[in-house]
Write a protein that binds this ligand. Sequence first.
Ligand code: CP
Length: 334
Amino acid sequence: MPASQFDPDAFPDGWGHRHLLDLERLSTAEIRLLLDTAARFKEATDGCRRKLSVLTGRTIVNLFFENSTRTRTSFSLAARRLGADVVDFTASSSSLSKGESFIDTARNLEAMGVDAVVVRHATPGTPHLLAQHLSVGVINAGDGPHEHPTQGLLDIFSIREHRGDLAGATVGLVGDIAHSRTARSNLWGLLKLGAKVILCGPPTLVSLRWKELGVEVSHDLDAIVPRCDVLNLLRIQFERQNTRPFPSVREYAHLYAMTRERLKRAKKDLLILAPGPINRGVEVTAEVADCPQSLILDQVTNGLAVRMGVLWLTCGGRSVAGDAAARRPPARAV
Ligand code: CP
């Protein structure tokens, strides 16, 4: 669809942020707006396959300081499908190695006329720091164990696509909750949309203190499986752990992997999610990862829709597509 035929008024309005830093500080209405915008983009691009040149002339920088397959590729593709230019910044071959600071690096990229920076970093709060120093949009693509807002959104989008409203749904987040940014973003988004959240894993990775946020905590996967409408199976983040939180991976898998046997005791319409990368045989068996209830690859497709929506909202898509510098709400940092 050429930009001239693209009707920004057909999209929901009400986004007042320049950045997307986390889901914790967004309102329920803002989370719904992000999800609704993603749904419109999925539809308008024929399932995220077709180009829709509504960000032509805009430039997005991917600033990734941790490895990524899905998020980095997905942001690049989403930007290109909307007609934007993409710069993939590679930290290892940059002038960071000559002593340039992270902020100076980002400000130099900004000076080249980019419109948004997508950042992944091992240090929690890095996107928030960038947002204080840049005047362009900053999108958090994962900051250490803190948050991964577009992952939370695409997980929730995938659940919503299959069962409609999240209110009343029981969603189990299983695995390494202590180190999982995906768990945190899911938790905030799910609670705001009215879902019941159960955090499940070994006591060393799932503290009882999470209950203070209004979630249930369980250390017994077999006890919660029959009650769940959705299970989101999280990877053990060995790279963020100083000591091993359980005796062996084999013992962990025995107690917490989603298996065919456990699936037999689940609701018939249980949805299986995993943010990826998945470790087959650890948090989920191959049979369950590939079973009909698994949304794992749907999540990846929906990641494109979510990121198209986020880029469009944070890069001033409405003004590109039509009138509307005047209508666009004043940008404010979250
Ligand atoms: N789910 C996710 O963030 O995957 P990547 O690390 O491959 O981006």
